[in-house]
Design a protein around this ligand. Structure first.
Ligand code: ATP
Length: 233
């Protein structure tokens, strides 16, 4: 579904992605794990089209995406839930969700909103309240469901567990796992390597802008190097 070959990106003169090769197949949950500053966010921003690519290629469902502008990528089925949630704090929960569906004006918008509310019932309770008043976990739930309102076939998730209490992280990871039932393919970027690998099919390890390991999630969880460097075991 998503193929990345030799992807390079830089900030000014400093290159931070040095030729990333990565593939996500339809129906998979794939995770990219790595420490702070490894380049995970930059990678996702290149995929969604908000960060310039300086080398390599991105192909989505057989089409070259490398030069496609960000707003068009959403229409092709690639949506992102960004780092730091980036919700519209002055708008209500419902208005945030409707913005996620900005491409659509059909009956399915209401249905998709009910699906979002079924995923995270607290959002239904707070649908008419300003999103800025939500807790961090609720804002993360809103960021994920807002991205889903764009009807993606592939969802890019940037660190959904960041800064959240373990019980909320567990709830969010459960919902990410359930994307399989919605036919949504997932590329999940995480510092919480264990949590991410537990729900993923495959994973990549990113270190200072390079993929240093890849494999099935079970292989990576069992690998002594991963256990020591990322799982604290
Ligand atoms: P984090 O978990 O902290 O978000 P990350 O793995 O997502 O880390 P990136 O945010 O992609 O990593 O950062 C990769 C590298 O690019 C780091 O060295 C970072 O300092 C640098 N970087 C990120 N954003 C910018 C920017 N706007 N200008 C300059 N350098 C940047």
């Amino acid at each position: 579904m998503l193929n990345v070959e030799g992807l390079r990106s830089r900030y000014g003169r400093i290159e931070v992605l040095h030729g990333i090769d990565l593939a996500v197949n339809s129906g998979e949950i794939v995770t990219v794990v790595g420490a702070n500053g490894a380049g995970k966010t930059t990678l996702l921003r290149c995929l969604s089209g908000v960060q310039p690519v300086t080398g390599g290629s991105i192909t989505f469902r057989g089409e070259s995406f490398t030069a496609v502008p960000a707003y068009r990528r959403v229409g092709h089925g690639l949506a992102q839930s960004p780092e730091g949630r980036q919700i519209f704090t002055n708008l209500t929960v419902e208005e945030n969700l409707r913005l996620g569906a900005f491409l659509y004006a059909d009956d399915r918008v209401e249905k998709d909103m009910q699906t979002a509310f079924a995923m995270f019932p607290i959002l239904k309770e707070k649908r008419n309240l300003a999103a800025g008043g939500l807790s961090g976990g609720q804002q993360q739930m809103l960021a994920i469901t807002r991205a889903l309102m764009g009807r993606p076939s592939c969802l890019l998730l940037d660190e959904p567990s960041m800064g959240l209490a373990p019980i909320i992280v567990a709830q969010i990871f459960e919902v990410v796992k359930s994307m399989r039932d919605l036919d949504v393919t997932v590329l999940l970027v995480e510092q919480n390597a264990y949590g991410a690998l537990k729900i993923a099919d495959r994973g990549y390890v990113l270190e200072t802008g390079r993929v240093t390991m890849q494999g099935s999630a079970a292989e990576l969880i069992a690998d002594p190097r991963i256990r020591e460097a990322y799982l604290g075991i």
